[in-house]
Design a binder for this molecule. Sequence first.
Ligand SMILES: Nc1ncnc2c1ncn2[C@@H]1O[C@H](COP(=O)(O)OP(=O)(O)OP(=O)(O)O)[C@@H](O)[C@H]1O
Length: 119
Amino acid sequence: MKKRNERWKRFLYAWSGIVTAAKEETHMKIHLTFAAVAMVFAFVFHISIQEWLVLLLTIGVVISLEMVNTAIERVVDLVTKDVHPLAKAAKDIAAGAVFVAAVMAVAVGLIIFWPYVIR
Ligand SMILES: Nc1ncnc2c1ncn2[C@@H]1O[C@H](COP(=O)(O)OP(=O)(O)OP(=O)(O)O)[C@@H](O)[C@H]1O
């Protein structure tokens, strides 16, 4: 019973992290908005099951990376308020990871939806 409670607690902590990121991070709100719009398009255009799989995976990668980026930013700010090249590198690399995923997500969106738009 105790182990079951522990598992539930972990789930709640993870959920609380998702809610915190969604409430406090502007970029997270932007990603969630784009994800919602893409899913509306997916329903409207009746995309295939394979296209749904790629779309959901892409959305998951972008949102997860944005959360990891947010976590890295907060840990860096917790460790030091001073200007430090390692702090800069950590934040810039994490932001770069989100950027790469977001650019790929735009490419995936175009590849999936463009044929439906011009049909
Ligand atoms: N302690 C630091 N030392 C050196 N450079 C830093 C430091 N903190 C931030 N920077 C630089 O400033 C940039 C912006 O950092 P900031 O903490 O404002 O995050 P952000 O990318 O604006 O994200 P958010 O708006 O979500 O907080 C970083 O990408 C980094 O280049």
